[in-house]
Each structure stands twice: as C-alpha cells, then as structure tokens.
Design a protein around this ligand. Sequence first.
Ligand code: PLP
Length: 349
Amino acid sequence: MRAAMATAVVGDDVFGEDPTVNALEAEVAEVTGKDAAIFVTSGTQGNLASLLAHGDRGRVAILGDQSHIFCYEAGGASALGGIMYHTLPTAADGTLDIDAIDAAVVTSAANPHFAQTGVICLENTHNRCGGAVVPVAHFDEVAALAARHGLPVHLDGARLFNASVAASTPVRTWCDRVTSVSLCLSKGLAAPVGSVVAGPREFIARVRRVRKMLGGGMRQAGVLAAAGRIALHEMVDRLAEDHALAQRLAAGLAALPGLHLDPARIETNIVVLELAPGLDPGTFLDALATRGVRFVAFGGRRVRAVTHYGITADDCDRAVAACAAVLRELGADDLEREQSRLDALYGRR
Ligand SMILES: Cc1ncc(COP(=O)(O)O)c(C=O)c1O
C-alpha cells in the first residue's frame, strides 16, 4: 500500500484530473453497480455529504437510534445541513420496524405543520449491533416502502465488505436496493484514509458540490486513492481472517467470569461484551490498557473489541489473558458468585 502510494500517478482531483482517483471511483461504481462514485475523506464525510445531497434544509432523515450517523457523527447533517433526525428504535439485528418507518414518513407538503421526509438511512454491518449483517430481505422491504413513497435510501456501508464476506453475498446485492451508499476503505480494508460514495450520476454531482462546500475537495489525492485501490483489490477477502479471529476472541472472553457475551451472535469483526453488574467499565478498560489491550466503552456496561489487519491469533489470546488477569484483580469471581446467589434467591434464573 505504501509503495502504491509512493508511485501513484496524480493530477488535480478538484478539476477531476487525478487518474488514480478516477480509477478508484470507476472501480467502486462498478462493484456497487451504481452510475458514479466519489472519493471522500472519511465515512463521516461520506454520510454527511450524502444526506445533504439528498435533502434540502428542513427535510427529515429517518434513521435508527443506534445508527452511527445518529450516535457518532456530531449531528453534522442537522448542524450543517438543517436536516432533522427522526430516530426509530434499532432492533438487535440492526433492522428498523417497517411499520414504524411507514408511520414516520411525510411526503405531502399540503399540511404546513409537518417537515417532509428527505431520506431513509440504513447501516450494514451495524456497528452498535455488534457488527450484525443486516439481511437483504430487510433491504427489500425498505426499498419497496421507499419506492412507494418516492424516497431515496442511503446506506452507511462503512463495513459493507464485512457483511459481504460474512454472508458470501456481493456488496452489489445490498447496493441494488438503495439509492446511495458510502463505503469505507479504512477500518477493515486497512487504507489510512478514505471512503467512497456511490449512487446515481446527478446525485454524485450534488455530492461533489457538497464535498467542496465541506472543504473535502483534495488536490493530488491520488496518493490516498492508490491506497484505497489496494484496499479494494487485496484486502477484501482477508476480512474472513478478522471474522475468524473475532470468534476466537469471543470464545475466550465468554469463558471468563464477569463478562457476558454470546459468541454465536458474533457475525463479523466486532465483539461486544457486557460487564457483570458491579464492574466499572472505566476501571476495566484502564487496567486493560496498562496491559497493552485497547477495547472501547460502548455505553452502559458494554465494551467493544474489534479485530483488524495486523491483529493475530496470539494477540487475541493475549487479550483474553489480559482480561482474565484484570477480572481477577477486580474480584469478578466473587461478584459473579454473589450475583448467582441473589438470582437464585429471587428466582431470576
Ligand atoms: C458504521 C459506521 N459508519 C461510519 C463511520 C465513520 O467513519 P469515519 O471514522 O471514517 O468517519 C464509522 C466509523 O467507525 C462506522 O462504524
């Protein structure tokens, strides 16, 4: 990847003259089955530019309350685009209730009270749902609903290649059911920078304008796109290794007292675990970090671990050993025993 970056042929991408960026965009358009694509700096910028390109100020984006766009993107579409978020409960598998979407949609401008829907957003794999692969059948349902109302659907596909590898399904299968998609070349695909938005030609032209507005027009961006092309060509199949390592990590962690998770629910490279009551996530994470293992807080007593390029089976085993040591220090055994005693006493299990 570094060698490809060093030798990339470049031009000025703001003028559309960078051959490496143009090649990357053409390849992503091809793999997603869309008319056109555009290289952006990050997944956040891809989602933001897409939402702004889909809806004028005062429009509504319908999305899950656990979606990355809602939870982790600084409210960008609202702050910068005047777009209102209408959140619906995200189910544990990353889906949204179809009737709830239907009830939330407003398409008529006849009643001046109501903000009109601009876009419906989905996410796959679903980060806060532990890397769940959202089934194609759900996309079918949402696509049918959106078509009935004449609305676009945007897919936050930051980890769509993980879904593709886990489900042995081409990314195009999901992309065919949405209007636009944002794919990350960073994260699992290991490029240092970059995402790509794909969609209809005139939509991508609008995204290009918004990207410029956001300060995301880059000049000799081919040095970055070159890494993105390696990500696309050489890093997709190896995601299966990350998924296998996530299983290994999950199996090790599930056996420890004080950690609750069901390895059977782990589908891709994200392992979400829950600490037993009485264990403080901050203390747990700090103690792990001193042993060289970095998991992140994920709300409440939940903690997230991710496997990715550069993480080995030995690293996973070391992480499990570090967790075991930290849990011993924190007295997780005693806590678990006390919890079982209380559960038995009150008939909770
Ligand atoms: C599902 C999802 N969407 C979007 C993003 C944003 O990507 P970036 O960090 O490149 O802005 C992330 C980042 O983790 C993500 O998990």
